[in-house]
Design a protein around this ligand. Structure first.
Ligand code: SF4
Ligand code: SF4
Length: 411
């Protein structure tokens, strides 16, 4: 693709990257078919190729218009287009550059900007999140009120402290901002399951946000500051070669992507590379360990942040099948359920349409439970179905304990 970008519109490093990315696109359209927003709306401007043309136009004219903002805001950042692109076009990087430019130009209306500001501030306050989700959990105890809540939250499980006497391995476990408040059972389950395999968990003191929230809402300076803070916290936490584990695939993909945000020449470039190399999703730790579990009919939802973002496509289903769980076939799933960070709040109509399609695909064989690997997807899908939606680790722990409770069972 030929380009003639306005040198005054973007900072020089963004300009150079945008130019390289745009030139790598050959307009073939292989990315288009699997794009969830194109599948839903059928408009080329809501496809990756169409959005690339809109961004090119923005960077060449040095002007941001309302149509560009609308179609770029509808993108889920699900990365399905990157997975399908034969030319290796770095679409996500290009989109991030465009979103940063849109934020700089202040082209959004006042209410839109206030809403985004409130989201960034509200979701960035751990104490507020804990209070909100704890309140929702208490309301959910009242019969008749639980079904009126926009999210379903399991009651907190009580647990004895997990002690691994002679660990074979130590890992650093990220708690996650929203997950810690909304589904505290998940990391408890992870800790118990890892202990079964002789793996001990180190918690991170003063863990802060991974930066995804601010960055994806276009505040790049605040997002980078969050990322830098977490980089240094993780560098000081636990053994320097221990894997760093995330059980929320949305946070995990952000951390694995840190080197993109700290290029050569940045004082934290090397640190970002080292931390990203140590990052694993929790499912990767179970590739070599089998935990047996009581059978159950389960449908697996694989978040785009796990499949397209981390190339871990079948790992959750494989771990559950090896454990003895009956993993059901599902109808073809769209690339994204519509949760996509703050997308379900900012684009509620589209998010609900994607949610409905995903729930239909997941429930074709009437599962007892749907499992997923990311807190945002768990809450979003859970609000769209009466089938319980759990993190797969929570389900595995629950079914493992159920098996232990059966006399003479040998897991
Ligand atoms: S598949 Fe890749 S090269 Fe082809 S149009 Fe899409 S982004 Fe461009
Ligand atoms: S990131 Fe997802 S929603 Fe956005 S253009 Fe690519 S495939 Fe479509």
């Amino acid at each position: 693709m030929k380009t003639n970008l306005d040198p005054n519109f973007l900072a020089s490093d963004d300009l150079a990257r945008a130019d390289t990315i745009l030139r790598s696109c050959v307009h073939c359209g292989f990315c288009t078919d699997g794009c969830p927003t194109y599948q839903l709306l059928g408009d080329e401007n809501d496809s990756p190729r169409g959005r690339i043309y809109l961004m090119k136009d923005m960077f060449e004219t040095g002007q941001v218009n309302a149509a560009q903002v609308t179609h770029l805001d509808r993108c889920l950042s699900c990365r399905n287009c990157e997975t399908n692109c034969p030319s290796g076009v770095a679409y996500t990087d290009l989109l991030d550059i465009a979103r940063g430019a849109i934020a700089q130009q202040q082209t959004r209306g006042v209410m839109n900007r206030v809403g985004r500001w409130l989201l960034r501030r509200g979701l960035g306050l751990p104490a507020l999140l804990t209070a909100v989700f704890e309140g929702a959990r208490q309301i959910g105890r009242w019969p008749g009120l639980a079904t009126r809540l926009p999210v379903r939250l399991s009651p907190k499980r009580s647990s004895h402290p997990v002690v691994v006497t002679q660990p074979t391995q130590q890992v650093i476990l990220l708690a996650g901002c929203v997950q810690k408040a909304a589904t505290p059972n998940v990391n408890l389950a992870v800790e118990h399951l890892l202990a079964r395999s002789g793996i001990a968990v180190v918690r991170v003191a003063k863990e802060s946000c991974c930066g995804a929230l601010n960055y994806h809402l276009g505040d790049h300076a605040a997002g980078l500051a969050d990322m830098r803070r977490l980089l240094h916290t993780l560098a000081a936490a636990g053994p320097s070669d221990a894997p760093i584990v995330s059980s929320a695939s949305g946070c995990g993909v952000t951390l694995k992507d840190y080197p993109r945000h700290f290029p050569l020449g940045d004082p934290d470039h090397e640190l970002a590379r080292r931390i990203a190399a140590r990052m694993v999703d929790v499912v990767e730790l179970f590739d070599d360990h089998t935990i047996k579990a009581a059978p159950m009919r389960v449908a697996v939802h694989t978040p785009c942040t796990l499949s397209n973002g981390q190339q871990l496509v079948t790992n959750v289903a494989d771990v559950l099948s090896r454990a003895g769980i009956d993993v059901l076939a599902t109808a073809p799933q769209l690339a994204c359920c519509g949760s996509a960070g703050t997308y379900s709040v900012l684009q509620p109509k589209l998010a609900r349409a994607l949610q409905a399609k995903m729930v239909t695909a997941l429930t074709t064989q009437s599962p007892e439970v749907i499992v997923t690997a990311n807190i945002g997807c768990q809450m979003h899908l859970g609000a769209g179905t009466n089938v319980p939606v759990l993190h797969w680790a929570e389900l595995l722990w629950q079914q493992h304990e159920a098996l232990l409770a059966v006399p003479d069972s040998k897991p």
